[in-house]
Design a protein around this ligand. Structure first.
Ligand code: M6R
Length: 602
């Protein structure tokens, strides 16, 4: 979603801001802008569309200064346009604000300010903020920001500058991410680490209702009552290469190719190489024996990982699991008590609906556990316990390596739970773990057939719709494959449990309908094959991902593993298929239309 960058230092400020925005583009946006303070005025340049539009505008209207804020906007209130872009400012352009989040009471605030004589030009919720700060300003910008946030309802991360305090950069967060980058004689604010990785790897992670005031003297972090907060410096372990494409044409392809290494990294983070067993047992035996229900909660791809996680935990640890979409879970009335475990899954750790599940059930469930990829993310900080996927920065909007890392971790959790409950012995657990360690090699083998998958993608690229089918362990993968192809190729894809075909979807099948079948799980492969024959007799053409060749279908073959772990392998050809269909169609693979990498608003 929207991206914030703020800078105070000696470098050319627009260069730092635009570079930061460029590294945040992956979050998704539809306009971009900067505000730079110079002596007694603020110069604001903002443009609808891609960052290049802003860059051209800055070339024709250069602005300079040593403190500034910048923003990429993903429209929520008001369509993408120059006027709705951030920064927003007060009437005399002495205060400028960038904002991520949603101000829920903006209509009331707008009416209140209009009565005081303030005029509004945009359709955004954000525009009330600089005007409110202006109204509350007495003698310094930080106090005015603090007073303004007392009146704001909703979620926000803010970057604020004022030409009345011309060497100051103020930031604050509430339910929207904001970090502080620590440099030498220069400091930053940003909504995400990649924005500052070119300059520093030392950061402070702001918590809700914490304010940062950056001046020439350094960084001060305070609470609502202006009490200074001492925070630990967090060292980012992502490398710059993580946020570059390397030799690949797109981040998505690079990230698909990183999956063997990612799977191994995630395993190594939990498993002791010498013993082939867990470094430490994280679940308390007594606590686990009291757990009679687990909820796995996430959105999109993370939800699909949760569907496979449910099967793994139920199969191995014999605890009933429900997997829920976070946006549903937060509003329905689930039965959560001290015998319930809530596990949330989120690559970014900042997804608004997923975070709400954490906030709602922490303290009521036996524990709320987070599985996330981003160290220091809100999920990692707010959950009772956190497991990190070791996927490294995932830049492409379409999630690939994070999904495979989530599956790996969920399998490990299932094995560890089964061991703790006494269902699996140490030896049996090691057997499963050693099978997991074979997967990186098997993923590499699938990647070797990339050219063939690219050729199949060519055959599929002009389809109007595709049907994905799978049963048992393959069903969540069919859903994930449909999502992957849909989100980056804009082909209408639907995923079904193969056994559901005759209950409706088969009506869609006619001569030439293309069906992508996931048949990794051998134990009921024949059942899925029967379903496939049913659609073939009605003219469908089948593309089948499985571990054995079948004459009747176009096959994409994966190496064998135990049925339970096949999703880690069967998903890879589907990721490649979606990538190559989008590439053949000439689409923007890494930044599909309308989508944002990190969905930080509801
Ligand atoms: O950061 P999260 O894992 O919480 O994100 C959840 C979804 O928004 C995400 O998986 C989305 O569905 C991806 N674009 C799928 O590729």
């Amino acid at each position: 979603m929207c991206g914030i960058v703020g800078y105070l230092g000696k470098r050319p400020v627009t260069d730092v801001l635009v570079n930061g925005l460029s590294n945040l583009q992956y979050r998704g946006y539809d306009s971009a802008g900067v505000a730079v303070v110079n002596e007694n005025c603020i110069s604001i340049v903002k443009k609808e569309g891609k960052l290049e539009n802003l860059e051209s505008a800055l070339e024709s209207t250069p602005v300079s200064g040593c403190v500034g804020i910048a923003h990429t906007r993903w429209a929520t209130h008001g369509k993408p346009s120059d006027i709705n872009s951030h920064p927003h400012y007060n009437a005399d352009k002495t205060i400028a604000v960038v904002h991520n989040g949603i101000i829920e009471n903006y209509k009331e605030l707008k009416a209140f300010l209009a009565e005081k004589g303030y005029e509004f030009y945009s359709d955004t919720d954000t525009e009330v903020i600089p005007k409110l700060i202006d109204y509350l300003y007495e003698d310094n910008i930080e106090t005015a920001v603090m007073k303004a946030t007392d009146m704001l309802k909703g979620s926000y991360a803010l970057g604020v500058v004022s030409s009345k305090d011309n060497n100051k950069l103020v930031g604050v967060r509430k339910q929207s991410p904001l970090i502080v980058g620590i440099g030498e004689n220069e400091n930053f604010i940003a909504s995400d680490i990649p924005a500052i990785l070119d300059y520093t790897t030392d950061v402070y992670l702001l918590d809700d209702n914490e304010f940062v005031i950056i001046t020439d003297e350094g960084i001060k972090i305070v609470d609502r009552n202006n009490n200074v907060i001492e925070k630990a410096i967090y060292k980012v372990d992502w490398k710059k290469e993580n946020v570059s494409k390397g030799n690949y044409e797109h981040y998505m392809l690079k990230e698909i190719h990183e999956q063997p290494e990612v799977t191994k990294n995630t395993l190594d983070s939990v498993i002791d190489q010498n013993t082939g067993f867990f470094r430490k047992i994280t679940f308390d035996k007594e606590m686990l024996s009291n757990i009679n229900r687990i909820y796995l909660v996430g959105c999109g791809t993370a939800y699909h990982a949760g569907l496979s996680g449910k099967m793994a935990i139920e199969t191995l640890a014999r605890i009933p699991v429900e997997t829920d979409v976070a946006s549903e879970f937060r509003y329905r009335n689930p039965i959560v008590d001290s015998n319930t475990l809530v596990i949330v899954i989120s690559q970014s750790g900042e997804t608004a609906d997923t975070l709400e599940a954490v906030r709602k059930w922490k303290g009521k469930a036996a524990a709320v556990i987070g599985i996330t990829n981003v160290i220091g993310s809100s999920v990692s900080r707010e959950c009772d316990k956190v497991f990190y996927t070791r996927a490294g920065a995932e830049i492409s909007v379409a999630s690939t390596k994070a999904y495979v890392a989530q599956l790996t971790l969920l399998y490990l959790v299932a094995i560890e739970m089964a061991y703790t409950k006494g269902i699996l012995t140490e030896e049996e657990s090691k057997e499963y773990i050693s099978k997991l360690y074979q997967l990186p090699k098997s993923i590499e083998t699938i990647l070797d057939s990339e050219d063939r998958i690219a050729a199949l993608a060519e055959e599929l690229k002009d389809e109007q719709s595709l049907i994905f089918l799978g049963r048992d362990y393959d069903y969540p993968v069919a859903l994930e494959g449909a999502l992957k192809v849909k989100e980056i190729t804009y082909i209408n894809c639907t995923g079904y449990a193969a056994g559901e075909l005759k209950h409706g979807p088969i009506a869609l099948v006619e001569k030439g309908t293309k069906i992508i079948a996931v048949c990794g799980s051998m134990r009921i492969e024949e059942k899925t094959h029967s379903n496939l024959r049913e659609v073939m007799t009605r003219g469908a053409e089948i593309y089948c991902v499985s571990s054995t060749e079948h004459k009747e279908f176009t096959n994409i073959v994966i190496s064998e593993t135990i049925d339970l772990f096949t999703p880690i392998l069967t998903v890879v050809p589907l990721q490649l298929l979606s990538y190559y269909i989008a590439k053949h169609k000439g689409l923007n693979v890494d930044m599909p239309r309308n989508l944002a990498k990190s969905v930080t608003v509801e």
